[in-house]
Write a protein that binds this ligand. Structure first.
Ligand SMILES: Nc1ncnc2c1ncn2[C@@H]1O[C@H](COP(=O)(O)OP(=O)(O)OP(=O)(O)O)[C@@H](O)[C@H]1O
Ligand SMILES: [Mg+2]
Length: 254
């Protein structure tokens, strides 16, 4: 095994990065793949959504970034999703400051993930919505980026910010970083705006648009409060089915 490392990134908040990380992980695991989710967001939403109590995280991504814990020992198993998780909580925000003096501070996650490369088929990194050292660590460690986006008025601006960031990362710490694709989340086919944004996306990113559309689905929003992916909460829900289709599209693409 040589894990493909994918960052879920978009500098716009609330576009479905975490929902995609958790539900894609569960869907890929359901298809028999060995998956690790790395929570790189101090909000710890991927951690909660995977059934891990944020208050009980002793060694998670923070400890790994600071070299206080070995990633193999820090990884836990998710509840209801059959994938592994490197958890996070608010302490991760401190890493930003604490790493400033450290050598190779952008490469901390990459170096840690290299030691578990052979344990997984795919490693999904849930990024925070801000461009911090945490996001830089995620993009330095990744082979590919998946950009979740909502088809609304400012969506394209968010994407151009991210593309500028990826360009800078390529010039500095990760020359091979590539965008695997854009996935449309919370999709409402009846919205005129969705249709207009779709046209723009097809014009500017013809080869980067995933075909699978993730619909707006209440089960996807409810599942995290139960600490399980939608696939375990309600496998027949439209959202669960869509993420399974997305996983299949992804497996075909890679
Ligand atoms: N397809 C969907 N249908 C309905 N609700 C959704 C869907 N996708 C995400 N949500 C809800 O929208 C909110 C934002 O989603 P999510 O947390 O995944 O976004 P995010 O990009 O990770 O946000 P942040 O930038 O804060 O990390 C959450 O409450 C989530 O449950
Ligand atoms: Mg999130």
């Amino acid at each position: 095994m040589n894990a493909l490392v994918i960052a879920l990134a978009n500098q716009k908040g609330g576009v479905g990065k975490t929902t995609t990380a958790v539900n894609l992980a569960a869907s890929l695991a359901y298809r028999g793949k060995k998956i690790l989710v790395v929570d790189m967001d101090p909000q710890g939403n991927a951690t909660t959504g995977s059934g891990i109590n944020k208050g009980n995280v002793r060694a998670g991504s923070y400890a790994v970034l600071l070299g206080e814990a070995n990633i193999k020992q820090a990884v836990v198993h998710s509840r209801g999703g059959n994938y592994d998780l490197l958890a996070a909580n608010r302490t991760l925000a401190g890493a930003e400051v604490e790493l400033v003096q450290e050598p190779a501070r952008e490469m901390r996650l990459k170096n840690a993930l290299e030691t578990v490369q052979n344990d997984y088929d795919c490693i999904l990194i849930d990024c925070p919505p801000t461009l911090t050292l945490l996001t830089v660590n995620a993009l330095a460690a990744a082979n590919q980026v998946i950009v979740p986006m909502v088809c609304e008025y400012y969506a394209l601006e968010g994407i151009s910010d991210l593309i500028a960031t990826i360009r800078k990362i390529r010039q500095s710490v990760n020359p091979k970083l590539d965008i695997l694709g854009i996935v449309r989340t919370m999709y409402d086919p009846r919205s005129l705006l969705s249709q207009q944004v779709d046209e723009q996306l097809e014009k500017y990113f013809p080869n980067k648009l995933f075909k699978t559309l993730i619909p707006r689905n209440i089960r996807l929003a409810e599942a995290p409060s139960h600490g399980i992916p939608a696939l375990a909460y309600d496998p027949k829900a439209r959202g669960s089915v869509a993420y399974l289709e997305f996983a299949d599209e992804l497996l075909e693409k890679i």
